[in-house]
Write a protein that binds this ligand. Structure first.
Ligand code: SUG
Length: 427
């Protein structure tokens, strides 16, 4: 069966928030993570907020999948670094981090219509810049190899070697007339040397494009604005998001916006840029509210370019910001491609720098070719909610991280989830 005969749709795979979710201030350059360091976390509420977001997107008629929390505390990480009572607390916290919830960093995905062999290619992100995230990729890959295990339709690669930092889909955008058509893939990288680390290296992006067998004429490589990284946009998806023909972006997202738009237009003439000017929403306000860390989705049943258009699923923080919300209202009145703005409450994730878009990995695929255990429906959503309500810790105080009792509880909670989803092989 060739890609043309398949029912290729965008499926959003959200990361279920793990039972060890806590605020350890581990991500330099991520302002929310730093400013919530040592706050009390609420893992149960966090996971339920995530499921509610998935339910709300399913109600829009969108295909929804999920990825499971990784095993934490990571015993191998603790052993390999000989972590003990004398070591840095950040190392201990790293082994406990639930950061795999942000599946926009799980992998870069090139759908079948874009690749030389007509398969959907996935490369797990090495996440090497942050120690707590660099331990994710092998376990993530194991999961991707099950979910997308049908090698007639998918290729799951190894991560880019650690010499070059790769942050996955958070620094990657795809433009296309429809999700099932050939696209243009836009890779956004940062340059080192600023106040905060630039996490995505240009060579990692270029390696992923080659590994995926993309047509060089349909790839664009763009530099992130160092000023945006400095203001806290540690990933490009904090200041820009694309869907089909639309690029929704802050005017200060890219190092040179005119060059960036021109380069994309040259590869993809149908481009529509919806740009937010700094004098309407400042970079700081955009980063505080995560306006651009939105899910820009095509509403089903919509004929490209004509029907009900797109919806922007934003964090509820956007609704509470005068500048952001009045921009959204003006945008809706202007009759552009985005016809709805839908606020969702993901505050527990937001406090660690993860908005609605961080929590999901977009995969364009035929749902029939994906392991059905990773696809969400109402019955599975109820099962997930029931396990979370019963077994996820209600709260974690900073000093709880490292305790034996909590370790036992989070391991058991995760295993119970694997059990109800028949995914015990991930134990
Ligand atoms: O990598 N936060 C994550 C947030 C990831 C957001 N993802 C996207 N933009 N796609 C990060 O910085 C904080 C963990 C802590 O501090 O406890 C953290 O890892």
């Amino acid at each position: 069966m060739s890609a043309r005969d398949q029912n290729l749709v965008e499926i959003n795979f959200d990361g279920i928030v793990g039972p060890s979710h806590n605020y350890a201030g581990l991500s330099l350059g991520n302002i929310a993570s730093a400013s919530h360091k040592d706050n009390t976390s609420f893992p149960r509420a966090a996971a339920l907020q995530g499921v509610a977001k998935m339910r709300s997107n399913m109600e829009l008629g969108l295909a929804q999948g999920f990825l499971l929390p990784l095993p934490r505390p990571n015993q191998a990480f603790l052993q390999d670094l000989a972590v003990d009572a004398t070591s840095d607390r950040a190392l201990l916290a790293a082994a406990w981090s639930a950061s795999s919830m942000w599946t926009a960093n799980a992998a870069t995905v090139s759908p079948a219509p874009d690749t030389a062999d007509g398969r959907c290619h996935l490369t797990p992100a090495n996440l090497v810049t942050m120690p707590h995230r660099s331990q994710e990729w092998r376990d993530t890959q194991a999961q991707l190899k099950i979910a997308f295990g049908d090698v007639r339709h998918f290729a799951v690669h190894d991560a880019v070697p650690l010499s070059f930092g790769d942050e996955g889909a958070a620094n990657h955008m795809r433009l296309c007339e429809r999700h099932d058509a050939t696209g243009v893939e836009v890779f956004v990288y940062g340059r080192q040397g600023g106040k905060f680390p630039a996490r995505q290296h240009e060579q990692a992006s270029r390696a992923v494009a080659r590994m995926h067998g993309l047509d060089p004429k349909r790839c664009v490589f763009i530099e992130q604005n160092p000023e945006a990284i400095e203001a806290g946009a540690f990933h490009n998806d904090v200041v820009a998001v694309a869907n089909e023909t639309v690029l929704f972006t802050h005017e200060r997202a890219f190092a040179d916006r005119h060059d960036a738009y021109e380069a994309i237009l040259a590869a993809f003439p149908q481009l529509q840029v919806v740009e937010v000017r700094n004098d309407c929403v400042s970079l700081e306000e955009a980063i505080r509210t995560y306006l651009f860390n939105a899910q820009l989705v095509t509403l089903p049943g919509d004929d490209p370019g004509s029907g009900a258009g797109m919806a922007l699923v934003v964090p509820s923080e956007c609704r509470e910001s005068k500048a952001v919300w009045s921009w959204c209202e003006r945008m809706l009145a202007s009759n552009g491609p985005i016809r709805q703005v839908i606020p969702v409450d993901v505050r527990q994730s937001m406090a660690n720098g993860g908005g609605p878009a961080c929590l999901r990995l977009r995969v364009v695929a035929d749902p029939a070719t994906v392991d059905p255990r990773f696809l969400l429906d109402d019955v599975k959503a109820q099962r997930i909610e029931a396990v979370v309500a019963e077994m996820w810790p209600e709260r974690i105080e900073p000093d709880d991280v490292g305790s034996e009792a909590l370790a036992k509880a989070v391991i058991e909670a995760r295993e119970a989830l694997l059990g109800v989803l028949s995914l015990d092989e991930l134990a």
